[in-house]
Design a protein. Structure first.
Length: 328
């Protein structure tokens, strides 16, 4: 099994190993998290309904003695015995979460209720994978966790934005009302191997178009900004957040504060792919944020965490993954 972790990683002693549930475990982020938890010699229950996840992402884990795979939709209750829960289940790209917006909201809200109920029953610690989308099109830059956001509650993106905001509300109400041990992280743009080639996210879009020699589609003038965190860094942040003391509940931003424009990203990817693709410009989608960049001061302070992967190295690795995927 190939594990992508930090160079200083060592398996935990037996007394610290746990039984851990990862919802959305066959997805891009979830599969890397499952891999890391198994490398630490935890027992892992991976739950996914394969709406956006894929067995291909975790097929190398199937058959390992500490790995269990369940096909399940978390909008329905789940009864298992676990010590910790990472709640990652929800389509995270606009193409996928707008395909069935009602189901997206159900996954965020009903899914949170079901996982919180499970955590309450078995007295498990539970982490919610929230999103930078809770900030909407932010008036604050960079975005701090104290910012309440600028979200359109009735727009085409609101099924995801407001669903995740409601999930955060539920987590904090369970914390206040039931003394549940919760962790909430707000994840900013993440990239790396196992991204879905047709998920509509900017990194995967640009790489696939560049490798195929197609025009690179940029919305607006390409001056909107994003910041991109490699999946290995993001998983490290999730692990550290779950391991933090019970007073550290969040929300805490996890992302890379190195900001660049979409046009700059497109040119970097064209160069890395050795492509002759040209840039084409189309109108901006509704409610598309103009600037998105995390303030990670709390992550540095409470988790001792910050991104380590150089963007050029991370993009090169991601390009190679897509080159092999498209070639296959």
């Amino acid at each position: 099994m190939t594990i992508d972790t930090r160079s200083n990683f060592v398996p935990l002693p037996a007394s610290q190993r746990k039984r851990i549930l990862v919802t959305g475990g066959a997805g891009f982020l979830g599969s890397h998290l499952c891999e890391r938890l198994l490398a630490e010699e935890h027992e892992v229950i991976c739950v996914d309904n394969y709406f956006t996840g894929s067995k291909r992402n975790i097929e190398h884990l199937i058959g390992l003695p500490r790995f269990e795979l369940l096909r399940h939709d978390i909008t329905f209750p789940l009864y298992v015995e676990v010590d910790e829960i990472y709640n990652l289940a929800c389509p995270a790209s606009p193409i996928h979460y707008q395909y069935d917006p009602v189901q997206t909201t159900k996954t965020s809200v009903h899914g949170a209720i079901n996982m919180l109920g499970l955590a309450k029953r078995v007295r498990a610690k539970i982490l919610q994978a929230s999103t930078s989308e809770v900030y909407g099109d932010p008036a604050m830059h960079p975005q701090q966790e104290s910012y309440w956001g600028n979200v359109n509650p009735i727009g085409v993106r609101s099924c995801y934005d407001e669903g995740k905001r409601c999930a955060e509300t539920l987590f904090f109400d369970y914390y206040r009302q039931h003394k549940l041990r919760i962790k909430v992280v707000r994840i900013f743009n993440t990239y790396g191997p196992r991204m879905h080639p047709n998920d509509g996210r900017v990194v995967s879009n640009f790489i696939v178009q560049a490798l195929l020699g197609k025009p690179i589609t940029i919305y607006g003038e390409g001056l909107q900004t994003r910041s991109f965190c490699h999946v290995s860094d993001l998983v490290e942040g999730l692990i550290r957040m779950m391991a933090s003391d019970d007073e550290c509940i969040g929300p805490i931003n996890l992302g890379n504060p190195a900001e660049l424009t979409i046009a700059e990203l497109a040119r970097e990817i064209i160069a890395l792919c050795g492509s002759r693709s040209e840039l084409v410009f189309q109108p901006l989608p509704a409610d598309d944020p103009t600037r998105r960049c995390p303030d990670i001061g709390l992550a540095r302070q409470h988790l001792g965490w910050q991104p380590m992967k150089d963007r050029a190295d991370g993009l090169r690795e991601t390009v190679e993954y897509f080159r092999q995927t498209l070639g296959g």
